[in-house]
Unconditional design. Sequence first.
Length: 322
Amino acid sequence: MELSMLAVGLGFLLDLLVGDPHWLYHPIRLVGHLISGLEALLRRMFPKTEKGELAAGVCLLVLTAGITAGASWGLLFLAGLWNPYARFALETMMCCQLLATKSLKDETMKVYTALNAGDVEGARRAVSMVVGRDTAALDDIGITKAAVETVAENTSDGVTAPLLFLAIGGATLGFFYKAVNTMDSMVGYKNERYLYFGRAAAKFDDVLNYIPARLSAVLMVCAGGLLGMDAKNAWRIYVRDRYQHSSPNSAHTEAAAAGALHIQLAGNAYYFGKLYEKPTLGDADRPVEYEDIRRANRLLYGTAVLALVVFLAVKGVVLWIM
């Protein structure tokens, strides 16, 4: 158990140092292929009715999460039979690959660099790689807001939430969480194709992220204070605006970040050519500026480090008591 905790800590540090190298095949791509393959199979097996698609979606959730968690457990078990330090090295690498701190910063800083160079089209292309909304019509401020919002939202989904599951149950529970989160990103849409088929994955992802989203927001408020940002305003905006999105979880860290930075985020956006009217988060105390992308990434790193310390400290206390 102590080695597993150490693997989480070293995996976190390794993620900060090397992130997600493009030359290294990422295991979540395998999860994506699994989801696509199972979707095609299940759509052929189940009737194309509401109940049929709901049932197929439940099967997708159970099979994807079970296979992913089972495979990670099996690999760790086999490595442990060979050598406990081989298992430790493998789990460290798994923990690193389940976290996205550096890759999130690197991808959004490409947006910042392009904007500073006056390359709005390049910034548009860069931000389209990290957001789900349509980006073709975004101006430079819209691009900046999109980058800040994705840093804020993915601080929870990509860093603190997987960290929490890693601290609780090691890489196996971390992969279980990531499988569900990946399903939500692939099939959890409220459109004609996925309204019923993706419902189970979307709802279960909401359940898994319910506590992490709220913990992440509180940690972000604290990190903002430690970094010299306005923690008091971050808390005020968080309490006021945390339920402004239709999702029960996605507005929490965005609201905290908007408050810490004294800017207004969110609002209407286009997805797949359709306008979605969404409320704003935060107050427009000042105009959004390119530098807010850098500030959001400082907040990301501060929140991530604080989460690691808190989660592993609590886990250590629990183990000591037991």
